[in-house]
Design a protein around this ligand. Sequence first.
Ligand code: TYD
Length: 202
Amino acid sequence: MPFISLEGIDGAGKTTHLQWIADYLRAQGANVVVTREPGGTPLGESLRTLLLNESMHIDTEALLMFAARREHIAQVIAPALAQGSWVLSDRFTDASFAYQSGGRGIAEARLQVLEEWVQQGLQPDLTILFDVDVATAHQRVRTHSDPDRFEQEQLGFFERVRAMYLRRAAQYPARIQVVRTDQTIDAIRDELAAVLKPLSGN
Ligand code: TYD
């Protein structure tokens, strides 16, 4: 069954649309497992707490992201797909390329080694990239009362993260669909329905 990941810079509006997508797919009869990264397993959620709160070397950050992902694939994603469920993950490996390579500056080739190690060919069937300009996204994040380590980054960081996301969307046009979130909710939902339709076969 399809594996879908949702991506975007902090404040792009991804989380707002996650539940709608899950409901939309369920209404079509799909069994949907909703999960997230970093996280999705008890160990992964512990790693998430460290990743979002503790300062660490950028390599440590990248390695922990992929460690959490390894556990997530083994415990949640692969079993769900094997059982015939859909998997909808709030972020996956494109986030590592965007944040750890684009944002932090780790060489992409190093992340590709980890990707191959951890995923052994597993890729989302569809990735929806929620995109909006950095100033708008930053405005939304600034209203968060307790910003995490990533949300505290400066505009330049998010410009680099966004640029890498868009570069990957251009590189993998069949997998990554860009949906702009500076439009009305109804217009966004129409676009989401259109990109989901080919997968649901209706
Ligand atoms: P996010 O998904 O935005 O959750 P919330 O909506 O609860 O803030 O938070 C996860 C953060 O982790 C986000 O800032 C991006 C970062 N991240 C990476 O840097 N690399 C990764 O590989 C993943 C999965 C996330």
